[in-house]
Design a protein around this ligand. Structure first.
Ligand code: 5RP
Length: 220
């Protein structure tokens, strides 16, 4: 089974968590793209979606799913998104696709976060995947120096501007033993918009595509 087939299995498995006649929160990435394909098969049974990126918005609209502005939506029952790494406490690193800030906003509103991954994303300690940090452009060098003080090795993601007009620093070589504390510390650096640790608001349900089928994990 290929990695993409495992992503597809996880993406389609998320469909059963979608509540009829609601607005669905939709993340970003190749795994979510499979979920959007699945969602299109029940588009007449939902009101529409709130999207976490311009890329997902374009795909949703192309498949005939209405996309709502989050400011006009009071409730999101379910948010479905992928991850770059997830540990057994349902803490995640996200933002490989540079959509972390909007993802974190939609996740904050949603009652339930369904994380969809293939089995390469499960880790015991977060940090092998470089941690993305979205930064206001003029603060880039200052934030990079502060990240070095926290033990990381930041690298400017050349040529990438986020949907919010900012830049990304990918922080290498961090062994993140306490994701909640690290998430809070990095967010406290002036000039940081947010970072890709999703620990203070982690996933509620994890669907992992594996060669043996989709494994379901529920937060304790
Ligand atoms: C985008 C993300 C994605 O969820 C994450 O990068 C996983 O992507 P993929 O499903 O393509 O492996 O956080 O900002």
């Amino acid at each position: 089974m290929t990695q993409d087939e495992m992503k597809k299995a996880a993406g389609w498995a998320a469909l059963k968590y979608v509540e009829r006649d609601t607005i669905v929160g939709v993340g970003t990435g190749s795994t979510v793209n499979h979920f959007i394909d699945a969602l299109a098969t029940i588009k007449d049974d939902i009101q529409g979606a709130v999207s976490s990126s311009e890329a997902s918005t374009a795909k949703l609209k192309q498949l005939g799913i209405e996309v709502f502005d989050l400011n006009n939506v009071a409730d999101i029952a379910v948010y479905v998104d992928g991850a770059d790494e997830i540990n057994d406490r349902m803490d995640m690193i996200k933002g490989g696709g540079a959509a972390l800030t909007r993802e974190k906003i939609v996740a904050a509103v949603a009652k339930k976060f369904i994380c969809i991954v293939d089995n390469t994303k499960e880790v015991s300690i977060l940090g092998d995947f470089p941690l993305p940090v979205e930064v206001i452009p003029m603060a880039r060098s200052y934030v990079a120096r502060e990240l070095v003080k926290l033990g990381g090795d930041p690298e400017y993601r050349q040529g990438v501007i986020t949907d919010n007009g900012n830049v990304i620093l990918d922080v290498h070589n961090m062994k993140i033993l306490d994701p909640k504390v690290m998430e809070t510390k990095i967010n406290a650096i002036v000039g940081v918009v947010t970072n890709g640790l999703f620990a203070n608001r982690g996933a509620d349900i994890l669907l992992v595509g594996t060669p043996e089928g989709v494994k379901t994990v529920t937060a304790k």
